[in-house]
Design a protein around this ligand. Structure first.
Ligand SMILES: Cc1cc2nc3c(=O)[nH]c(=O)nc-3n(C[C@H](O)[C@H](O)[C@H](O)COP(=O)(O)O)c2cc1C
Length: 198
């Protein structure tokens, strides 16, 4: 097992922000070591405290630990490029969101947005704990719904891998080269005062 490389040695913000935002990144190298139940629950605890419309808390998480009976069903959802590095994850997760309000059954226009906030809490908590947390859209969404019995009223949003950092040398070559914290667009490219003028 190797320590999660500290992205702060590579990334520099243009303005002062909390270091955790820069520390979080998405490595792929994992060691295969299991996580303690309490470590995993700390991630979901962080997710729990995300804000949401009307405090709806529409996020739901399904997960499977490696070397348990549920693992194959979750691993089998992943696109091949993700299977190439997820074999040593400790946990694979699926993020769901409830599409309608519990209070009145009406469509909730921000269910996806809210579940993303919860996932970000989870990933920041993981970064603070020195864990790999890596989001994925590269999987079969329909198959996830079918095989994991997700009801129609819930959207399948994303998957993620969690694990302890491993040796990048074990990754396929093209992934090894990409195993470093990425940069970002400058604020001036993503923010506009007034109407849309990008
Ligand atoms: C919703 C979502 C889906 C993603 N899908 C994949 C994926 O399928 N495979 C992958 O290797 N990385 C995936 N990523 C990781 C992104 O490529 C990564 O977050 C982005 O390049 C920024 O890098 P950083 O997270 O290291 O800061 C995904 C991230 C998010 C948030």
């Amino acid at each position: 097992m190797s320590e999660l490389p500290n992205a702060l040695s590579v990334r520099e913000a243009d303005r002062p922000v909390e270091p955790l935002f820069l520390q979080r990144w998405s490595p792929r190298a994992m060691s295969g070591e299991a996580l303690a139940e309490e470590e995993l629950m700390r991630l979901f605890e962080a997710a729990r405290w995300a804000p949401s419309t009307y405090n709806e808390q529409e996020w739901r998480f399904l997960y499977a630990r490696r070397q348990t009976p549920h693992w194959d069903a979750f691993f089998g959802l992943l696109a091949e490029p993700n299977q190439a590095w997820c074999g040593k994850a400790a946990v694979l997760g699926v993020v769901l969101s409830k599409k309608t309000f519990t209070r009145n059954g009406k469509p909730n226009p921000v269910h996806t947005f809210d579940s993303g906030l919860a996932y970000q809490n989870l990933s920041l908590q993981g970064a603070a704990m020195g864990l790999v947390v890596h989001g994925m859209a590269g999987f079969d969404f329909d198959k996830a719904r079918r095989e994991l019995n997700v009801p129609e009223d819930f959207a399948v949003e994303a998957m993620f891998a969690v694990g302890r950092h491993g040796d990048p040398a074990d990754l396929p070559e093209e992934l090894r080269e990409r195993e470093e914290p990425s940069g970002r667009k400058p604020v001036g490219e993503i923010v506009c005062e007034g109407p849309f003028a990008f």
